[in-house]
Design a protein around this ligand. Structure first.
Ligand code: G3H
Ligand code: 13P
Ligand code: ZN
Length: 341
């Protein structure tokens, strides 16, 4: 039986993005795969009074199970409302359940039927006309149901395990008006130099600071500015926006891991992007790394530990602190729905 996101207490992104645009901040889109990550995201966003997009990749959907996810999202909304009631909050934070990088119409439709309030259809790897056709097909299905749709134009690079994936191609601002008009999407992901994962830049693209840490080349704010000029007031999305927190890299390496030259996007640049038309910023890798760093530390310091709560609990606590700091200092989304708790 299909379920509407409205029955789960979820929101689409329309009002969120309107407010984010006007308030010059970005809504965090945090990926999750398990209970502790979801608890951390909800706790952090409720306490910091930030709107939030809960993001599920197709891999996460397979990992967690699509039926369970629907109930996890509904449970997350109820948990948020209980926390807000206990604190006497006047406003409820909006919570979106979003498909990240959907690649087929069938996947997007299935997510919508299972309670998602927003979907990304990522046709960025397709020829331009095919990207338009696929994106439009999803919009035609989603719009009457009140579900938001994110499209993508331009391709992000990805370097994983020291193997460089496909080359990126920056978004061509000249294509944006045509794409937005013909697909009728609600938001658009663009490529301005970010990429997915923990190795966003090759060492030869960077300089090094006095501690030997890689300093990446700046994002292409000129392309972002041109896109904004082409589609004034239209919500833009930034993928691959983890900073690859260097304290987490150091902790992972200290406690037995191996993440040499892991680099991300400097947080000042993300803050700058959040003040512009960028209304949604996607962060997954930073959560993975903070979680891994904490678990490694527990294992290194307490080798006899075998109760998962003893390592997943501290990892959850570290995630809450990281997400709250991101909301406050990077996204600028904290305190937008009442005073922080
Ligand atoms: O954009 C990719 C996200 O980080 C999700 O990654 O496909 O490994 O779940 P995943
Ligand atoms: P990161 O790998 O930089 O966290 O990007 C996540 C993302 O874009 C999910 O769609
Ligand atoms: Zn992404």
């Amino acid at each position: 039986m299909p379920v509407s996101y409205k029955d789960l207490g979820l929101a689409n992104t329309n009002d969120m993005f309107r407010r984010a645009f006007a308030g010059r901040y970005a809504v965090p889109a945090y990926n999750f795969n398990n209970m502790e990550q979801l608890q951390a995201i909800i706790t952090a966003c409720v306490e910091s009074r930030s709107p939030v997009i809960l993001q599920i990749s197709s891999g996460a959907r397979k990992y967690a199970n699509q039926t369970l996810l629907r109930y996890m999202a509904e449970g997350a909304v109820r948990m948020a409302r209980e926390m807000e009631k206990a604190k006497g909050a006047d406003l409820a934070i909006p919570i979106t359940l979003h498909l990240d990088h959907g690649d087929t119409f069938e996947l997007a439709k299935s997510c919508i039927e299972n309670g998602f309030s927003s979907v990304m259809i990522d046709g960025s790897h397709l020829p331009y006309e095919e990207n338009i056709a696929l994106t439009r097909q999803v919009v035609e299905y989603a719009r009457p149901l009140g579900v938001s749709v994110e499209g993508e134009l331009g391709r992000l690079a990805g370097i994983e395990d020291e193997v460089q994936a496909e080359k990126s191609s920056y978004t061509d601002p000249k294509q944006v008006v045509d794409f937005v008009k013909r697909t009728s999407v609600d938001s658009l992901a663009i490529s301005i130099g970010t990429s997915h994962g923990a190795y966003k830049f090759k060492p030869e693209q960077c300089t090094r600071d006095e501690r030997g840490i890689l300093v990446p080349p700046p994002l292409r704010f000129d392309i972002l500015a041109e896109v904004e000029k082409q589609v004034p007031g239209f919500p833009i999305v930034l993928h691959g926006a983890s900073s690859v927190i260097q304290d987490a890299v150091a902790a992972i390496n200290k406690y037995g891991g191996k993440m040499k030259d892991a680099t991300g996007v400097p947080e000042e640049q993300l803050r700058q992007a959040a003040r512009s038309a960028v209304c949604k910023i996607n962060i997954d890798t930073d959560g993975r790394m903070v979680m891994t760093a904490t678990i490694r530390q527990v294992f290194a310091e307490s080798p006899g530990e075998f109760d998962p709560r003893k390592y997943l609990g501290p990892a959850r606590t570290a995630l809450i602190e990281m997400y709250k700091r991101k909301n406050r200092e990077v996204l600028g989304s904290a305190g937008r729905y009442g005073q922080e708790f």
